[in-house]
Write a protein that binds this ligand. Structure first.
Ligand SMILES: Nc1ncnc2c1ncn2[C@@H]1O[C@H](COP(=O)(O)OP(=O)(O)OP(=O)(O)O)[C@@H](O)[C@H]1O
Ligand SMILES: [Mg+2]
Length: 164
């Protein structure tokens, strides 16, 4: 079975506090789309948000589920953060193999700005908000492989009429 005519895969890429969940919620409402957010599921299941092994397994299950939804014609938003180029390549190629457009949204912000946002968020903290310190953020910045213009061009444009 091929993918539905309207379905698309949307990847949200960015460090903690960059605004992935905020954008995902808006897109999920507007498109409409199914949002898969590992942080929220881990928190609801009582799993430590820093348990990387369980997170990787959950993301694997989400990815299987996402492909089922795409085949059924649904649009899916993955809030995995996508720090590594290879993860983004894998999802892009898989979406193309399914015959669905795939968007990459890169949410860039300075460390200072990320810190301010995370601090503000921690004050109103609901489930699924990872507590991240400035020290940790500085480590993360080193690990994060930001997508460049060349890579962004490999993805499909957001649907017409949809505003960022
Ligand atoms: N574009 C923006 N400008 C300013 N503040 C923003 C913006 N987007 C989100 N925020 C605020 O920043 C905080 C972090 O946003 P959000 O939770 O969406 O980030 P996130 O990328 O999902 O983080 P995490 O990886 O930890 O889940 C929230 O308090 C949110 O209201
Ligand atoms: Mg989030």
């Amino acid at each position: 079975m091929g993918a539905g005519p309207e379905s698309r895969l949307i990847l949200l890429c960015g460090l903690p506090g960059s605004g992935k969940t905020t954008l995902a919620k808006r897109l999920a409402r507007e498109i409409p789309a199914v949002r898969l957010c590992p942080d929220e599921w881990l928190a609801d299941l009582g799993v430590d948000l820093f348990d990387e092994r369980t997170r990787a397994r959950l993301e694997g299950r989400f990815w299987g589920h996402a492909q089922d939804l795409l085949r059924l014609g649904q649009t899916v938003i993955l809030e995995f953060g996508f720090w590594g180029r290879s993860e983004r390549d894998e999802k892009r190629l898989a979406a193309r193999a399914l015959g669905v457009p795939v968007e990459l949204h890169y949410l860039a912000a300075s460390i200072g700005e990320l810190c301010r946002r995370l601090e503000a968020r921690s004050l109103e903290s609901g489930p699924g908000a990872v507590p991240v310190t400035r020290e940790l953020l500085e480590e993360y910045v080193e690990l994060f492989q930001a997508p460049g213009e060349d890579e962004l061009r490999l993805f499909d444009d957001p649907s017409q009429g949809r505003r960022e």
